[in-house]
Write a protein that binds this ligand. Structure first.
Ligand code: NAG
Ligand code: NAG
Ligand code: NAG
Ligand code: NAG
Ligand code: CU
Length: 198
């Protein structure tokens, strides 16, 4: 889509691109997300796949936005629905090492983690697989070209304790979560996966 054809809100989001999972395939919006979250929110996420969560509720609150709070949880994968991503479910095995690549385009120093999240409860299963309690996406390091490689290219180990909790597609996601402390902005990317019960 040409930038000049986008509505203003979407354009503003485009220029503020920050970060997202570039590999494996990141859950992306389609018709199911439009039905749950409405067109304005989907337009913002499509225009900027790194859009921050805090910018979205206002779009949903606008009259006639088509946002449904009961089916669109912006604090889980930014509301993007599993139904739009059934063709992109990774199959993992317990103990498998999974490489994750993050595209970081604008830094805001803060904290981050990568976790298995149960999509029914939006709760982290166990402990985060990786966590950066501080110093993630530091501006000074970023603009000096010195962002530690392990913030954008890292491996996580699929837990061996999931049992059948993540056996069904859609039950769990790997979620990368980054909060820029000064910017007060949250970024979320999800990867759909299953782990067959042992
Ligand atoms: C999404 O909805 C549009 C408009 O209703 C339709 O043309 C399109 O085929 C749908 N896409 C999918 C993947 O179902
Ligand atoms: C990890 O991410 C979750 C969101 O999935 C967030 O609520 C939580 O505060 C983060 N935890 C840590 C230890 O960074
Ligand atoms: C990431 O790399 C930096 C050096 O760039 C190192 O100091 C740090 O311990 C590494 N962190 C992890 C979690 O591997
Ligand atoms: C991730 O794992 C792969 C395969 O085991 C390995 O080649 C690669 O060096 C690892 N990457 C990091 C950042 O540790
Ligand atoms: Cu920013």
């Amino acid at each position: 889509m040409q930038p000049q054809l986008l509505p203003l809100a979407a354009l503003a989001a485009t220029v503020s691109a920050h970060g997202y999972i570039s590999s494996p395939y990141m859950r992306a919006p389609g018709n199911a997300t439009t039905a749950a979250c409405g067109q304005s929110i989907v337009a913002a996420i499509v225009a900027d796949k790194t859009s921050h969560v805090e910018g979205l509720p206002e779009l949903g609150a606008a009259a006639g936005s088509g946002y449904h709070a009961e089916s669109c949880n912006l604090w889980l994968c930014r509301g993007v629905q599993f139904a739009d991503n059934v063709a992109h479910v990774q199959k993992y095995t317990p103990g498998q090492s999974v490489n994750i690549q993050v595209a970081l385009t604008i830094p805001h120093v803060g904290s981050a983690n990568v976790s298995v999240v149960d999509t029914r409860t939006n709760e982290i299963v166990g402990e985060p697989l990786l966590s950066w309690p501080s110093g993630y996406a530091d501006e000074q390091a970023f603009y000096a070209g010195e962002t530690p490689v392990n913030q954008t290219d890292f491996n996580v180990t699929i837990p061996t304790t999931l049992g059948s909790q993540c056996a069904d597609a859609g039950a769990c996601v790997l979620q990368w979560w980054w909060y820029g402390t000064g910017a007060k902005q949250t970024y979320e990317s999800c990867v759909d996966f299953t782990v067959a019960a042992a």
